[in-house]
Design a protein around this ligand. Structure first.
Ligand SMILES: N[C@@H](Cc1ccccc1)C(=O)O
Length: 540
């Protein structure tokens, strides 16, 4: 019986009889195992549906392995008598084959020991007066005696029935209404077919929440219930808010690049830097190149390296429409054409329209240029105190280059850029500030290698020793912005700006162990990568 059916039976019993008076007797009546009934009672007790009282323990019979075997297949003497009745007198030596044949029909696939059981069956049968041994014939034969309603046959059948009843869990008691016949109990114990055991017995009556057991509690609200309106009279199971969820909840995740960007951002903020507004992807050539003293014939300004916009191909104007900015643009023309501020310039005819050509910014240094110009204006206008001047700014955002794609290059990527402005900064400051910054990323061994940038002098590539890779890795570019860039803006000659830049992708790939940039950026990035990768502390 299923537990639900058992619970129904228990509820019925309590409703009709007021209680389950004795769990053992009730189990016998239901023909169920007492242990199963007690399990159901306990479960109902835990839900406050019933109250339980423990009664005096009862002595019960529990079948031994041999007893259980006989209960299932019949006692040997019963089997033998059945077989002999069909076959007639049989030689003693053929009794085991006779039994085997009998079992082939009654309990196929058994593993019974026929020769042992034939012997037991014969002895018991002779003792009970079921068989006789005719020694006058050769070989001696066993035959049935007595009619089918004889005392001996009746006893044989009673034993057989009792064992079956004991096996099904019923008739376990040695006293009470359903107790077994005393002589039969003796016989069973003597033949070691069962042992005496003490059984914990219970009485059950209605518990505080018994009423809840009587109504069927529904778990689901179905379409049918809605249509038939039967839900109005239905009782629903209470929600179990304590229950564990089926699967872990899948929440949103940050892309590895965003995680590393946040790490960089925190380092900058911790070092007292201010973030520059960097969301403008389309930039005029002026801020991307000209303001940075990058000549208009410079190879980087070629369409092979830079994305130029077709529509609108030109910006409306350079900077704000103020005369101050117009004057600045003219100073930029001057420094390109013939120099100034201690420079000889490039000696070409600077073209205003060329400077107005829209590009997708190729570096975030365009943002730095805009910010430095704004800062210079504030100084000139007296909005900033020039005597105690210092600024630190950074940006981390997207840039675009018309590059051939390969495992480490895409035509868009992110740049991390920072600069420090202050009076009389030197090469030593550059190395010091940049070392401080990279130390916080976990890069302690740095090397600087001279290089060329149109807008910085001196310019230095930054290399860091990668312990895991066991080699020096180029991680960034840096320099002190040229006077040709800063002084046309109107910054005083004693103010220097130390600047550096690196890509966000490169350290991210190293941190997350990715060798192909397409695994980090673009449509090929798997959601799994994004879900599985933890926040990486910068450091290598
Ligand atoms: N803008 C440079 C990086 C850089 C920034 C600031 C100073 C020097 C170099 C680049 O694109 O790689």
């Amino acid at each position: 019986m299923e537990q639900v059916e058992l619970e129904h039976a228990i509820v019925e019993e309590i409703r009709s009889a007021g209680k389950v008076a004795n769990s053992r007797a009730f189990a016998e009546r239901l023909k169920v195992n007492h242990e199963e009934l007690v399990a159901a009672l306990n479960s109902m007790y835990r839900r406050d549906l019933v109250t339980l009282t423990q009664l005096e323990p009862e002595v019960v019979l529990r079948l031994t392995a041999e007893g259980a075997l006989y209960a299932q297949h019949g006692t040997p003497e019963w089997c033998l008598r059945e077989a002999l009745e069909r076959r007639g007198p049989t030689p003693v030596s053929e009794l085991d084959t006779l039994l085997e044949e009998f079992w082939r029909q009654t309990s196929p696939n058994n593993a019974l020991d026929s020769s042992k059981l034939a012997k037991i069956g014969m002895q018991q049968g002779l003792k009970l007066g079921l068989f006789e041994l005719d020694k006058r014939v050769r070989p001696p034969c066993v035959a049935c005696v007595g009619s089918s309603d004889s005392e001996a046959v009746h006893k044989l059948q009673m034993l057989q029935k009792s064992l079956r009843a004991l096996h099904s869990g019923a008739l376990t008691a040695l006293s009470g209404d359903h107790a077994l016949d005393a002589a039969l109990v003796d016989e069973i114990l003597r033949r070691n077919l069962a042992t005496r055991n003490k059984l914990k017995v219970f009485a059950a009556s209605a518990g505080p929440r018994f009423e809840h057991a009587l109504v069927e509690q529904l778990a689901d609200l179905t379409r049918e219930m809605l249509l038939s309106e039967s839900w109005r009279n239905a009782t629903f199971k209470e929600f179990n808010f304590e229950a564990a969820g089926v699967a872990p909840v899948d929440g949103g995740r940050l892309h590895p690049l965003l995680k590393v960007r946040e790490e960089f951002r925190l380092i900058f903020l911790e070092m007292g830097f201010t973030e520059m507004p960097s969301n403008q992807y389309v930039e005029s050539s002026f801020w991307n190149f000209d303001a940075l003293f990058q000549p208009q014939q410079h190879p980087a300004r070629d369409a092979h390296d830079t994305f130029f916009l077709n529509e609108p191909a030109l910006c409306k104007r350079i900077g704000d429409a103020s005369p101050a900015t117009e004057a600045y643009v003219e100073r930029v023309r001057g420094v390109h054409d013939q120099g100034g501020y201690g420079s000889r310039g490039y000696g070409y005819a600077w073209d205003h329209t060329e400077a107005m050509r829209n590009v997708l910014r190729t570096h975030t240094t365009a943002i730095s240029a805009r910010m430095l110009y704004r800062m210079a204006r504030e100084l000139q206008d007296g909005r900033t105190d020039a005597s105690n001047f210092a600024r630190r700014m950074f940006s981390i955002d997207r840039v675009f280059r018309n590059e051939t794609l390969d495992a480490t290059h895409l035509c868009e990527f992110h740049q991390v850029e920072g600069w420090v402005a202050g009076p009389d900064l030197s090469l030593a400051d550059l190395k010091g500030i940049i070392s401080q910054f990279f130390r916080r990323i976990g890069m302690h061994r740095l090397r600087f290698k001279p290089t060329y940038n149109p807008y910085t002098e001196p310019s230095m590539e930054i290399y860091a020793y990668h312990e895991a890779l066991g080699r020096w890795v180029e991680i960034g570019n840096s320099g002190i912005f040229r006077p040709e860039m800063l002084q046309p803006m109107g910054l005083p000659p004693n103010i220097q700006v130390i600047a550096w830049g690196l890509s966000l992708e490169r350290p991210t790939m190293i941190l997350y162990g990715l060798s192909n940039i397409r695994d980090l950026f673009g449509h090929r990035v798997s959601l799994q990568t994004i879900r599985d990768n933890p926040i990486c502390r910068l450091g290598w």
